[in-house]
Design a protein around this ligand. Sequence first.
Ligand code: HEC
Length: 153
Amino acid sequence: MALAALGLNAAAALAAGASKAQPESQGGKPATSEQPGSNASPAEAGGQAASKAVADVEHGRKIFQTICTHCHRTDYETSPVGAPGLRDVMERHTPEWEDQWLTSPAAFAKRDETAKALVESNPYGLTMPTLPEMQDPRNRRDVIEFLQTLKGD
Ligand code: HEC
């Protein structure tokens, strides 16, 4: 939906540019693309891009509660299924490390010693799966922002 809207905005901007290049060709008749509304589109697109740069901790919390709490607890305790407690987890890893881990734990464990050790140390043999929701960089960023809030008291 958003992408389609952006595409339309781009088309409108192009059309506006083209008609400005040949203002006389229409014989003084205003082109449809020069209607007042058409100018709002690029500004709107810019606003969307800007808001994407800021992590949304509440969105991260929702994702965490929906997906991650199936396996993880937010205190220090290992959960009943054997997933590590995530309190203070961001003191163990950098955001860049988390980003790669969340994208695909198994793939990351092949190239990173810390990730490999984590997977191998799991006493129950359960490995964190590659989650479809974590293929979206925005979701990873927001969840990592939420993980930053899991600090000890
Ligand atoms: C199906 C169970 C499962 C789900 C769902 C899951 N994890 Fe995990 N997670 C694990 C297990 C098990 C480990 C321990 C390493 C391993 O064996 O893969 C782990 C490890 C981690 C670690 C490293 C912890 C440490 O102590 O270094 C982080 C961070 C993490 N998970 C975050 C998440 C987040 C965020 C989500 C939700 C988007 C999530 N996990 C969803 C099972 C899960």
